[in-house]
Design a protein. Structure first.
Length: 313
């Protein structure tokens, strides 16, 4: 199955062009908010028919290579992807996250997909909250997108209280004395910074958290998380899930007793991808595969970069 790639760095293309074109080598792009936070649109080469679009937000500073197994999983099922990652600046300067998510939402509208799936990893949940705030401020513009989102997936999303642990663990992931010491120093410093800015940046973090807790998107949701995750605390995940269910949203869970942060798909791919497969089958996003050989466990190989291992004392 062939793929064509579009590097989005500027939204300067007419929406009318996108559905008709499959060769995207030099099409218009969207300028990223941060230099390492660009978006990439991957189109599956096929019969020219409109395809669903998965909007995939990676974890903190994740690379395209790290996201490749997840993107490939969607591509194999005929689903286009729009992928991007979270940068530290998005978290520490929430206004940039708002602007970035506005551009992501606009790029999603421009793609004119008949169905949209949201798949957010880790602190990508914060960007999701910022995106929901953008939608809430302009319901008229984004209402067509609200109606197209038919599934939402969250892998280990921490609440704003998990920001210091997440950033410090990303900076110093090794389980060594030096790394543990530096990680704790950074975590303490970030806790102090967020405490000192609770009436500034903290207002934005709490607003994003509230938007995520309230989640105006009505589509069914699937959560992946671990009881042992020190960054995306299980009790925080369960709090949000119960709120959503109370508000009438259908929510499914895939929970591990022990599994590292954002590594559930790598360490237990059979369970992860078979759960994802069944969830999207239930939402009529994908069709039942006659050949199930590639469905589970084949997304990762030893030559691909893995997510950073997270150690938190």
């Amino acid at each position: 199955m062939g793929l064509q790639y579009l590097n989005l760095t500027r939204l300067g293309v007419s929406a009318a062009l996108l559905p008709r074109l499959r060769a995207f080598s030099s099409l218009a792009t969207v300028k990223p908010v941060l230099s390492y936070a660009g978006m990439r649109l991957h189109r599956v080469d096929g019969d020219g028919s409109e395809r669903p679009l998965a909007v995939v937000c990676g974890w903190l500073s994740s690379t395209e290579r790290q996201l490749k197994p997840y993107l490939r999983w969607y591509h194999e099922r005929g689903i286009d992807t729009l992928s991007f990652s979270v940068g530290p600046g998005h978290v520490l300067q929430p206004d940039t996250a708002l602007e970035h998510m506005r551009r992501v939402l606009d790029a999603t509208l421009e793609a004119k997909a008949p169905q949209v799936v949201m798949h957010f990893f880790s602190v990508g949940g914060f960007l999701c909250g910022q995106g929901l705030r953008v939608v809430a401020r302009n319901r008229e513009k984004y209402f067509p997108l609200e109606e197209k989102i038919i599934a939402q997936i969250y892998d280990s999303p921490p609440d704003f209280r998990g920001i210091p642990a997440g950033i410090s663990s990303h900076m110093y992931p090794e389980n060594t004395l030096a790394s543990n010491t530096l990680r704790n120093v950074v975590k303490s410093g970030l806790n102090g910074f967020l405490s000192a800015t609770k009436n500034g940046i903290g207002v934005e973090h709490r607003a994003s958290s509230k938007a995520f807790h309230d989640n105006l998107i009505k589509a069914p949701a699937l959560w992946f998380y671990s009881q042992s995750d020190p960054i995306a605390a299980a009790e925080d995940c369960e709090t949000v899930i119960q709120k959503w269910r109370k508000n009438g949203k259908v929510v499914e869970e895939c929970v591990w007793d022990v599994s590292p942060h954002i590594q559930h798909g790598r360490l237990d791919p059979t369970r992860y991808f078979s759960t994802l497969e069944q969830f999207l089958l239930d939402q009529d996003v994908i069709l039942k595969q006659k050949d199930k050989e590639h469905v589970v466990g084949s997304q990762f190989n030893k030559n691909e970069e893995e997510p950073p291992r997270i150690y938190v004392e």
